[in-house]
Design a protein around this ligand. Sequence first.
Ligand code: GLU
Length: 312
Amino acid sequence: MKKPNPQPKNNTTGQTYRGRFAPSPSGELHFGSLLAAMASYADARAHNGQWLLRIDDIDQARVVPDSAEHIIRTLEQLGFEWDESIYYQSRHIRDYRKALDKLQEKNLTYPCFCSRKQIKSRSSNGIYPGTCRPNNQADKTTKTTEDKEYALRIKVPDKALSFKDQIQGAYTQQLAQGVGDFIIYRRDKVFTYQLSIVVDEYLSRITHIVRGHDLLDSTPRQIYLQQQLGYPTPIYAHIPLAVTKEQLKLSKLSRARKVRCDLPTLVQAARFLGQDIAPDNNYQSLQDFWQHLFDIWQLKQVPKMEKIEIMY
Ligand code: GLU
């Protein structure tokens, strides 16, 4: 769907703002994903930027049939208008393969044969203890991948990686202690979320990422991959998660229902995001609501919190 965009303004880095919303097609669009969609959309349009829609369907085993279509239809009914054609991860396997090859050429990856059970027995905190990491040339030759199932891990350095989140502020993670060498290609031959989305953001020239707080601690891994692949790092903003009173993220597990496609739902979402919109505001149409939101949108009004309980 094409939006007749005004001339895009340039952001501070001199590029056109390009944001995105990237739902996984594992169920209907619920209130939690509406928040990420709204925050990324409003922030892009408030900057006269572009906003793209991507369907994160790399993990086909988790794809719920027809849910991508449902999500797209729900977004349309809520008045979202995206630029360019929809990007499907499942059509970019070759691109992920190329990125993996590049990391392999740089000798940054290694096969890992450990089962979850083995890792658990060797590590008290669940962080991969580096069991299969080759420490020298001799190690490399002793491990053969023939006839064995293995995942590919990327070596991470023993140093801190920091970035400034536009909502949550400075965030630092020691990759080695915080996550360890992480998997980029699974033993069931699927490229992982971390690698695939780094490639997607690069191919789509995404400059700004606005998404849920649950992905904050994935960001250093993604920045590390960008650095190894020679990609630019986008600007990040992580919005609070909407949780049930049992503190469960709204998702299929917490039985979040499909979002209602009406103005009160949009108003509720904008207020959750800290925007200055009265609950009884009388909008004539969805377009009316969106235009008002683009005009008043302030990212700095979004609460700097990990999660917020909602009545559900
Ligand atoms: N597809 C991911 C999800 O639905 C979001 C990816 C992202 O925003 O980085 O949780």
